[in-house]
Write a protein that binds this ligand. Structure first.
Ligand code: NAP
Length: 261
């Protein structure tokens, strides 16, 4: 049995908590505390930042953590770097669970950009009558100053000074029918999204393709160097099992790792 700190905030983290607890590991799921209504999950739950790398290193020691699994969102730009530094300082095994990004099919009309600021500039150049911002509420401020109608979807309410906005509060997963209706009803011509990957929010890409809508795709932030990246919950389950020095019944054959992008 291992005592695992699981940096959460994703569907993969929720699934991994269940898999690990089922196998007898002690799991502490950690949330940043930015969203309310965090779903119940097996094991312990804590909420709020650690106070930087040093705070996390102290926590790892105080809470007697033996393995660190970073299953934060692909767009968490800071926490993966803190996790890598703190785990190295504490001498703990550490992996990054990171779902693969979406792949562009030949029928998709994507413009890839490196940041939200670049997405806003691109949107201004494309000048649609209406754009759909599927980027999360914390990123909406980057689009202040644009004059086109913006359909803004978020889980929590958005505070942003937008000239012409329609706010839609929804939590995924989303259906293709729902995404088609949202885009058609609002006359969406361009969609901005992050390359989050996974299936829970993929329907918007299929809807955009079917409607011929251009997608401004914001690429992921850089991952820390030298950290093992695992793409699936089964691989992360197997990794923790290996750390405990015992066989695991996780679905895939081995903890295949690849270098971070
Ligand atoms: P971030 O920029 O990487 O992290 C900012 C700070 O939030 C970190 O320095 C850390 O504070 C704290 N933090 C982040 N994740 C934490 C966790 N799991 N447990 C405890 N503290 C955490 O992350 P973010 O983009 O603000 O995202 C915050 C959370 O929302 C993450 O858990 C992420 O998985 C989830 N999320 C993010 C996105 C997104 O698009 N960014 C989307 C869906 C879910 P200290 O330095 O004080 O430790």
């Amino acid at each position: 049995m291992m005592r695992v700190l699981l940096l959460a905030g994703t569907t993969e983290a929720t699934a991994l908590a269940g898999e690990l607890v089922e196998r007898g590991h002690e799991v502490v799921s950690s949330f940043a505390g930015v969203t309310t209504n965090v779903a119940d999950r097996p094991g312990e739950v804590r909420s709020g930042g650690f106070g930087g790398v040093e705070g996390l290193r102290s926590y790892l020691s105080d809470a007697r953590i033996e393995v660190l699994v970073d299953a934060t969102h692909p767009f968490a730009a800071v926490m993966p770097h803190h996790a890598a530094a703190a785990a190295a300082a504490a001498g703990l095994p550490h992996v990054r669970l990171l779902r693969p990004g979406w792949e562009q099919g030949s029928a998709n009309r994507w413009v890839r950009v490196g940041s939200m600021a670049e997405a806003a500039t691109t949107l201004a150049e494309l000048a649609p009558r209406c754009a759909f911002l599927a980027v999360g509420r914390q990123q909406v401020a980057a689009f202040q100053g644009l004059t086109m109608r913006l359909v803004v979807r978020s889980i929590e309410p958005v505070e942003a000074d937008l000239a012409d906005a329609v706010f839609v509060r929804q939590r995924g997963p989303f259906t293709l029918e729902g995404e088609l209706a949202l885009m058609l009803d609002n006359g969406v011509e361009v969609m901005v999204t992050k390359d989050a990957g996974g299936t829970a929010t993929q329907a918007k890409l299929i809807a955009a393709r079917e409607l011929g809508i251009t997608v401004v795709m914001v690429e992921r932030p850089a991952q820390p160097d030298g950290v093992t990246v695992l793409g699936t919950v089964a691989e992360a389950t197997a990794f923790v099992g290996q750390m405990a020095g015992r066989p695991t019944t996780a679905g895939t054959t081995s903890a295949e790792s690849r270098e971070p992008a």
